[in-house]
Design a protein around this ligand. Sequence first.
Ligand code: FAD
Length: 481
Amino acid sequence: MNYLVVGAGITGIAASIELISLGVDPTKITLIEAQDRCGGKIRSKMIAGISIDVGPDSFLTRSQAGIDLAKKLNILDQVVRPSTFSATIFAKGRLHDVPSGIMLGVPVDIRAFLGSASMLSLKGRLRAGLDFVLPKTKIGDDATISHLIRARFGHEVDELLVDPMVGGINAGSTKYLGLASVAPAFLKSYNSQSGRSLAKSLIKIAPPKPSADGTKSEIPFASFGGGLETLVQGGVAHLLKEGATIMTSTQAIALASDGIKFHVRTKSTAIATENDSEIAQELSADALILALPAPQATTLLGGVSQAVAELIGRIDYSQVGIVLLAYKKGSFKAPLKGSGVLVPKINNRLITAITFASRKWSHLDNSGLEILKVSIGRHRDTRFESMSDEDLTRAVSQEVGEVLGATVAPIESVVFRWKDALAQYRPFHSQLVASAREELSKVGAIEICGAAYDGVGLPSCIESGQKAAQRLHATVGANDL
Ligand SMILES: Cc1cc2nc3c(=O)[nH]c(=O)nc-3n(C[C@H](O)[C@H](O)[C@H](O)COP(=O)(O)OP(=O)(O)OC[C@H]3O[C@@H](n4cnc5c(N)ncnc54)[C@H](O)[C@@H]3O)c2cc1C
């Protein structure tokens, strides 16, 4: 029984490792990857001699999946925690501290919130307080995040807090993102109680307030001293040591099934030619896992089920760019505070967030430089795509200067562009994925997994890959003995 896993991002790597844990003979597992490197969105770039993650820079540790994988790969001793977790918000031309009494931007302790939400107008604060008196909002099984937040607290809370915090994680907009998939705790708590107030329903599930000194162990995020690529390198080393095959620079370009086996047509991306047939190779497998972003999965799925391809093809993406900027320390009028700044959409700027990478991670703070990781682009804002690297760096440096009060230009910059960066989970996303999986089960031993389906965060991707491996093994495992 041969297993083929397509896509060596963290999902495909986790799926392959899980197959081995389930008892599959590692020599029967092949992982193929279009790029010349594994890791997908986990990737770093050098600036001023320092390696910085240009994709994810940390993973949530409230779910155990990331930590458990690190343990399995014997890299737990390399786990590091951010030095600081607090951010500021740029609104009305200045920086504001994130208010107290919120959970993901949503007020839960209204009194603490109203006393500290300096970015809201007086009218906006009064409107937020109406959550206690307005009649219960009818949501049903799902709705956009904006729908609930605006009904309870008004548009300012949505635009200045929830959209930058929740929408920002997905490079999306609360006007499109669905509650059930992106903020399930909000929907569940609100629908499970009869009271009208969203704040009162959420205070019951809000995590405990961090202590005044904000010790590192309370920060629910982690990375590795060598950056997140440590996780990828650990996964790849484990797979190779066990005897699995990894083929990089191998892009799957077509998929077919003869009812018994899957046939994946691949081409080498290491060789430049206009005639694909010259370099095409066919790989056959009894069981197949597609750990790909939705657009690439859709292309392949069309070969085995138009119905699944049509469903998966509906999943929309945001495009994101990262501009790394290195400044000499002391280049800013005021000291940089916390781990970074969120820049809400209503500012109409290119930049959506600035991470103070060399402050957030103490192991990066050793060069007399401030390294800033600036995010640009969000769902339906692709202005940066048509700009040259030079123009983009100039525009981004100027905006950073305005937000942080930089007195001089950066001494070095790096631009990186992500295509199909983050899937946008609309309302009823999980129903769409369930329908696609049900249809796909008619095709045979094939699974789809990854950031397009079960959550964009790294722990969700790891679990998505592991569960796909478990389902596949349960389907074909009996024949594999
Ligand atoms: C800028 C940015 C910041 C982020 N920050 C965070 C964060 O801080 N914390 C967090 O938890 N998450 C974060 N995320 C989300 C997280 O990084 C991703 O959701 C996750 O890494 C996706 O993993 P994946 O394996 O599902 O997909 P991918 O990483 O996209 O991997 C898919 C792989 O498939 C390969 N592939 C595509 N087509 C083919 C083909 N036809 N044949 C063969 N191979 C193919 C690709 O080259 C790629 O390697 C961030 C994402 C971005 C873009």
